[in-house]
Structure formats: structure tokens, C-alpha cells
Design a protein around this ligand. Structure first.
Ligand code: ATP
Ligand code: MG
Length: 359
């Protein structure tokens, strides 16, 4: 008997509403071809429209509404003319991350055919790695405060919080991922030469975890030279694991070296499957191009492939990935969106990819 997978679909704002239908088109094609039972339920919250109607980003019972779903397929949130960004983000996505303990933020960094890299002399195949970011603790804690506020003696402190459980679980995820990949290589982002308590602790936990993975080669770089090497030697990396702040920086830099932000996907994962994981493109709601039908849908489509992989359907995931890579490789200007140098639309590119999916 087929297992039914319940997917919550939250398009959100701006181009989120334009690219999500294209992502669903590819998912539906893959489901048909690979005989998967995906059941999509649409939600209108986590959007500016919802905020305008209700004065909040989400209903009070959003947790109950989303509990029991296997995954959340998310577009983009944010419409600064209507809701200040700190409200739209904090009262939606960040709530999901926390409540659903999505402690892994996973971003593939892959140079695709037909997408020019801003780096000279780089071809597809040279850049193909993952950034694994710790998503719940570390530098983004609210521990701290201000003393002598408003006086000349003002002192501001904000602490980094690392727990053994929190550090070990992200390292385990990264080592597991590295051990499944061909290169079997893991890079740790650190700064133990400057941050003298928390980062040496991180290094110690990496060394301890490495003992369980004799087949994985491990190295570490300080974050400053690591960012330089993302640009100078992106071919060195396979799986890069980082704390919350360092991972935040690296996971924006990664997609930047692969050309357009429009193709980059991201997953917020609860690996144990106790809560739904969330799949969203790296880009935002892009108010500057929203409503014109020219947004690149590939980031959203790739998210669908990551979601299928997470649900255990590797072949279907690969089929979606192969489909957009082959459409990109043909570089037909009628089909590609303007950010890729073409004059196609979101719908034309989305349809071309969905039609290309085969076993
Ligand atoms: P966030 O909402 O995450 O803060 P942002 O407002 O910083 O994001 P985006 O909304 O991602 O930024 O837009 C940044 C730039 O990239 C804009 O010029 C936008 O038009 C462009 N862009 C973003 N996504 C796409 C896409 N899918 N296709 C084409 N261009 C895109
Ligand atoms: Mg924005």
C-alpha cells in the first residue's frame, strides 16, 4: 500500500505566490511518474494578506493546524509596505523553526549548467557541496543585557549559548551526510583563535564526533579564511558544518558563488521526524519583481526535490533535479527567466521543467 504524505503548502507573499504553483507542478509530475501519494493542503497564513485581515501573521492555533503534516512547502514571507520585516519573519518562519525544532538548516551549493558563476573559470562540477547550519542556539541567543543604560558607562553583552546536545546533534547530522557522499569530507567552521571559550568547545566536539566516523576526513578553517576559500577554492568543499552565525554567513555566500539567488533552495529540518520539516527557497518575496510573472521558479522546484529526498524518495528527487539541470543546459532564451538571461516567464520555465521529469 502507498503511504500518504501530507504536505502543508504555505505560499506566503510576493513571488512566493508565483513560484509555489510551479514547484507543485513538478512535485505532481514526480508523484505521477513515481507513483507517490502526496496530499497537499493550502494555508493562507504567514502572509501580509493574512496580516491585513487579522492583524497577526498566523492564527492562534497554527501549531494544531500544522501538526501531523509530514512537511511544510513554503514560498517566501515579507511585504515591508504592510508588515515590518521583524514582525513578518519573527511571527512566522522563526516560530516554525523553534516550535518544530528544525535544528538543521541545509543548503546545497551547486553550480548548475547554463548559470554563469561570478567566479572566473568555474564550471558545473567544480562547485557542489552542502552548508549545514545549526539553527537553534549558538550566537543567536537572547541571553545578555545592557548595564548603566543611557550613561557614559553603558555596557552591552550578548552571550553565545552552546549545549552539548545542540552541538552534537548538528555535528552528527553533518557527519552522517558526509559519510553518505562520495567525497566523504567534512569541514568545520571555527574561530577558536579569537573566540576563546565557545569555539574551542565546538572544536572539541567535532574531534570527539569524528572518532565515530573513521571514513570521513575532517578539517577546520577559521571563519575569516573559510569565507575567502569559498570564493578562491569552492572545489575544496563537500560538507561544511557551522554554528548559527557562521552558518548564516556561509549559507548566503554559498549561493552567491553559484550565480543567481533565484535557483538556491534551503531546508529547515527536524531529522528525527518528530515535527514537520520546512522547505523554502533562499530568496525572499522580491517585491521589486513580484506580480510580473518573471521570477525564477527553480529555487522553489529544487526545494521540492529536497522535500522528496527527506521523505525517502531519492529517485523522484533526482528526477526533478535532472529535469531542471537539463532545461538549464539547453539555455533556450524563450524558456529561461530574465535573471538567467532569457525572456521566458515563471510559468513557461516551470512547465518546461515539469514536462521534462522522467524515470
Ligand atoms: P529576504 O526577504 O530574505 O530578506 P531580500 O528582501 O533581501 O530577501 P529577495 O526578496 O530575495 O531579497 O530579493 C533580492 C533580489 O533578488 C531582488 O532584486 C529580487 O528581485 C531578486 N530575486 C529574488 N528571488 C528571485 C527569483 N526567484 N527570480 C529572480 N530574481 C529574484
Ligand atoms: Mg525581503
Amino acid at each position: 500500500m502507498k503511504t500518504t504524505h501530507r504536505i502543508a503548502v504555505i505560499p506566503g507573499d510576493g513571488i512566493g505566490k508565483e513560484v509555489v504553483p510551479e514547484g507543485l507542478r513538478s512535485l505532481e509530475a514526480a508523484a505521477r511518474i513515481f507513483n507517490l501519494d502526496l496530499e497537499f493542503t493550502h494555508f493562507d497564513f504567514a502572509s501580509a494578506d493574512y496580516y491585513l485581515k487579522h492583524g497577526t501573521m498566523m492564527p492562534g492555533d497554527w501549531e494544531e493546524q500544522l501538526t501531523g503534516f509530514d512537511a511544510i512547502y513554503f514560498g517566501a514571507v515579507g511585504w515591508p509596505d504592510v508588515v515590518p520585516d521583524h514582525i513578518s519573519l519573527w511571527d512566522s518562519l522563526l516560530q516554525f523553526r523553534r516550535r518544530f525544532d528544525q535544528y538543521v538548516n541545509l543548503r546545497p551549493v551547486k553550480l548548475l549548467p547554463g548559470v554563469p558563476s561570478p567566479l572566473a573559470n568555474r564550471k558545473p562540477g567544480d562547485v557542489d557541496f552542502y552548508v549545514v547550519r545549526e539553527n537553534t542556539e549558538g550566537e543567536y541567543s537572547s541571553v545578555g543585557g545592557v548595564m548603566f543604560e543611557g550613561t557614559d558607562r553603558e555596557v552591552v553583552m550578548q552571550e553565545t549559548v552552546m549545549t552539548r546536545v545542540g552541538v552534537d546533534r548538528i555535528l552528527k547530522y553533518a557527519f552522517d551526510l558526509a559519510s553518505r557522499r562520495e567525497a566523504k569530507s567534512l569541514t568545520s567552521a571555527t574561530k577558536s583563535n579569537g573566540i576563546s571559550i565557545s569555539m574551542p568547545y565546538w572544536d572539541t566536539r567535532v574531534a570527539t564526533m569524528a572518532e565515530n566516523y573513521p571514513g570521513v576526513s575532517v578539517d577546520k578553517f577559521h571563519i575569516d579564511i573559510l569565507t575567502a576559500n569559498f570564493v578562491l577554492h569552492p572545489d575544496w568543499f563537500d560538507v561544511v558544518v557551522a554554528s548559527n552565525l557562521f552558518g548564516d554567513i556561509l549559507s548566503d555566500l554559498g549561493p552567491a558563488v553559484t550565480g543567481t539567488i533565484g535557483v538556491a533552495p534551503s531546508a529547515n529540518i527536524n531529522p528525527e521526524g518528530l515535527f514537520p520539516s520546512l522547505f523554502e527557497p533562499v530568496h525572499g518575496s522580491a517585491p521589486d519583481i513580484a506580480g510580473r510573472g518573471i521570477a525564477n521558479p527553480i529555487g522553489q522546484i529544487w526545494c521540492g526535490a529536497m522535500m522528496l529526498e527527506h521523505l525517502g524518495y531519492s529517485q523522484a528527487a533526482t528526477a526533478i533535479q535532472d529535469a531542471f539541470e537539463s532545461v538549464l543546459a539547453e539555455a533556450d532564451a524563450q524558456v529561461l527567466t530574465p535573471d538567467l538571461g532569457g525572456h521566458g516567464t515563471t510559468g513557461i520555465l516551470g512547465t518546461a521543467i515539469a514536462e521534462r521529469i522522467t524515470k
